[in-house]
Design a protein around this ligand. Sequence first.
Ligand SMILES: Nc1ncnc2c1ncn2[C@@H]1O[C@H](COP(=O)(O)OP(=O)(O)OP(=O)(O)O)[C@@H](O)[C@H]1O
Ligand SMILES: [Mg+2]
Length: 298
Amino acid sequence: MTDLELRGVRYELTRTLLHDLDLTFRAGRMTALSGPSGSGKTTLLSIAGGLLQPSLGEATYAGEPMWRGTGDPRPEVAFVLQVYGLVPILSARENVSVALRARGTDPDEADERASAALARFHIGDLGDRQVEELSGGQMQRVALARGLCVGAAVLLADEPTSELDEGNRALVLAELRREADRGAVVVVATHDPAVVDACDDHHALDDGRLVDHTEPVHLGVGRHRAAEGAPAAGTSPAGRGASAVSHETPPQSIQPVAPVPATAPVTTTHPAPAPPAPATPADPDDDPHRIYRRPGSA
Ligand SMILES: Nc1ncnc2c1ncn2[C@@H]1O[C@H](COP(=O)(O)OP(=O)(O)OP(=O)(O)O)[C@@H](O)[C@H]1O
Ligand SMILES: [Mg+2]
């Protein structure tokens, strides 16, 4: 299994959007990438997947650069785009099938596999429906079916559950887990604490920099694991190299902590895959906002 590496990645337009990031997205694991709106998640995924050329530094997979000079991703890479990237006048099945055909799959087989992929996301009955006639959540699941059907070694999913109810979110997380279990690098940009909690590793961005986590997580799933005597995150064998232990995504309205230097990246590692926790905290102890506050701050 091969990791996806980002070394010294900077991205500049009129200002610096990503500041010299060093990150490893590990094969066989789900990695959450969180951060407020505009913090650089989509930009980072775009560089990681070879859609954008970094101004400095490099993203590599198996020793080869992800940027190939054209903005076309390598065949090992599949995206689930934040804006879906579906063709409105094609059917749901056709939208999925084209991804397989583009990789050389015979059209009949591609259609068959596309139907199966839609069924994975419980929209098998919508295969003939034009995408423009689908709801937002249904479109999101078509985009997921398209991204996951190709068996990519690197799967980059940009806020793949943003339009989904809790049940469908759990379904999507289970499918992403299956991708990681077969050895893929799975990176999920998200604002959703439950998605972060379901991942194995977590990197948080603020204004294009990796930010520190300062407090342990008190979401339901994490608390249950602690109560069961599970090792603290970052102390498990799988957590080698990991530093602080909290993992959370701040809602947009929350003031994030001040950025820390890129030389102090933070990875949070969970001891084991976990089912998603409820999105809404049940009591003040579960307040996800606190994750982005330094101890002692209001
Ligand atoms: N083509 C562009 N030209 C100028 N600025 C851009 C461009 N694309 C993105 N940005 C800026 O880069 C920053 C990071 O954007 P990005 O889309 O990566 O954030 P994000 O974390 O994915 O946000 P969201 O959670 O809203 O999707 C934002 O401030 C955005 O305005
Ligand atoms: Mg984004």
